[in-house]
Design a protein around this ligand. Structure first.
Ligand code: ADP
Length: 496
């Protein structure tokens, strides 16, 4: 162990940046704290604007070589990264749980396998993006364009800055890093300052997999201190960000002088619509599932909208089911709801709940913090549509319940926020599902299911929930410079 290595649950984690294929230490550090017990994990390099610029320079220097690397070779290396993730799955799972407090059992069985899958999927998907050729569409008898061919190619764009949040650190990082690298771009990844650890392990894994130096760079530190150095840098060709709306606005402004293309995945206040014809057990399961990750999920359906005739029965069954949730140490297999990320976040959650109650909301369950950094799963009802608790993202285990009389009112309430990330429907009627879905403003609609995310599908939010879509071909639309080459039938020198 060196002074720059921490041992986290038995796993060695380097605390420095990863720039140009080597570890770089900052003069200053910040303290990483575990939400499980509020204790310090250790000191992490606190990046400076100069170090951020160094990382962009490394990404720029590595770009021509990586962009020229044949697609199949890039794919081979990304599969080797996935192998490395699978090999170190247990270590990644326990380090992530220690760092962000999400359930160890989900990291083991869901999240980390998905991280590996992200690398495999985007490596393979790139190979399906054939260079496309087509003849010019006949244009009203004009001679121009006759016999010409078009050739579309997916060119790498250049260095990309990828900024990720703390609620699903390595999952979000891999969701951006994998397509960016597959496309032939180089990357500067900035993990959230509350969860710096698994990104550092990813650096080790990519190095072992043979990813050339400078292709992936990682800078640790506070977004407020190094964000601008990354997002306003003229050599950066793409910025993909997942986080809060105010930070997205800031990044949009700082990247504007260079017109750097951005992709934003932001907050949500998604509805779960439960119609009287729904399978009620399924609807209750879907509702209780919204407490996953202690409610720290941008996609969470935090507004439960129930058709009037079944509201009482739904609430009774929901309360019964939620009472069976076990809250506690996320490393324990029996735990369903873990801690919230930070004391500041806990205060924020409690503030939302207290203001809602003061404004007339009734607490059905929860409504208070637990011991340590935990918040009791909470359901509030008697809430006004225009109230803060219905309109603003809480990012904690807090749900609201409202009722509706008919389909029109359900749709009106569902769409009546600034957001449009996702919506979930519980209904037994196919036609109703089609009618309602057509009217919802949401990047993703789930019908009688939740959180099923196929990597081929476009993912992102409408309104203030985001800009752009990533996933499958949409990821490559964003991370590539599409080029169309038009070739005339004449003008060739004939040989031989
Ligand atoms: P939250 O409020 O959920 O923590 P943020 O949007 O502040 O969400 O954080 C998400 C990510 O954005 C983190 O990696 C954070 O460091 C980064 N970030 C924060 N401020 C900036 C900024 N001004 N420029 C770039 N990135 C930033």
């Amino acid at each position: 162990m060196t002074e720059h290595t921490l041992t986290v649950a038995g796993v060695a984690v380097d605390t420095r940046h990863w720039i140009g294929g080597r570890r770089v230490a900052s003069a200053g550090t910040f303290t990483d704290v575990s939400p499980i017990d509020g204790k310090a994990i250790g000191a992490i390099s606190r990046g400076t604007p100069a170090e951020a610029a160094e990382a962009v320079a490394a990404a720029k220097a590595a770009f021509p070589g990586w962009a020229a690397t044949p697609r199949a070779e890039r794919a081979r290396i990304l599969h080797a990264v996935a192998d490395g993730v699978e090999k170190r799955l247990e270590e990644l799972a326990i380090v992530e749980t220690t760092d962000n407090g999400a359930l160890l059992r989900s990291h083991r069985r869901g999240v980390m396998p998905r991280v590996a899958h992200n690398f495999r999927f985007f490596a393979d998907w790139l190979l399906t993006l054939d260079h496309e050729d087509f003849d010019t569409y006949p244009s009203g008898g004009s001679a121009a364009g006759r016999g010409h061919t078009n050739h579309v190619s997916w060119d790498p764009a250049g260095p990309c800055v990828l900024i990720t949040p703390w609620n699903a650190p390595l999952m979000m990082a891999s969701w951006k890093v994998a397509p960016a690298l597959a496309a032939g771009n180089t990357v500067v990844l900035k993990p959230a300052e509350w969860t710096p650890l698994t990104a550092s392990l990813l650096a080790d894994i990519t190095a072992e997999a043979g990813l050339p130096a400078g292709v992936l760079n990682i800078v640790q530190g506070y977004g407020s201190e190094i964000g601008d150095a990354l997002t306003s840098h003229p050599d950066v060709r793409r910025i993909s960000f997942t986080g809060s709306v105010p930070t997205a606005r800031h990044i949009a402004a700082s990247s504007a002088p260079n017109l750097t293309p951005t992709s934003f995945e932001l907050g949500g206040k998604s509805p779960l619509l439960v119609f009287a014809d729904a399978d009620l057990d399924l609807a209750v399961d879907l509702a209780v599932e919204q407490y996953d990750n202690a409610g720290q999920v941008c996609l969470a359906a935090t507004r439960i909208l129930v058709e009037e005739p079944i509201a009482e029965e739904f609430t009774r069954r929901f309360t019964e089911k939620a009472a069976g949730l076990t809250q506690g140490d996320p490393r324990d297999e029996a735990t369903d709801v873990g801690p919230n990320i930070h004391p500041r976040q806990l205060e924020k959650i409690d503030g939302f709940v207290r203001r809602a109650v003061a404004a007339g909301a009734r607490t059905v369950i929860g409504g208070h913090p637990g011991d340590g950094q935990y918040y009791a799963p909470t359901l509030l009802t008697d809430v006004a549509q225009d109230s803060e608790i219905v309109q603003e993202e809480v990012f904690g285990p807090v749900l609201t319940l409202q009722t509706f009389r008919d389909e029109d009112e359900a749709v009106r309430l569902a769409n009546d926020t600034r957001f449009g990330l996702a919506a979930t429907l519980a209904t037994g009627d196919h036609e109703r599902a089609d009618r309602v879905t057509a009217q919802l403003v949401a990047g993703t609609v789930w019908v009688n299911c939740f959180f099923v995310r196929d990597l081929q599908a476009p993912f992102g939010g409408s309104r203030e929930s985001g800009v752009g879509r990533e996933g499958g071909t949409w990821s490559f639309d964003f991370y590539c410079d599409l080029k169309n080459t038009v070739t005339a039938p004449k003008g060739w020198k004939h040989h031989g």
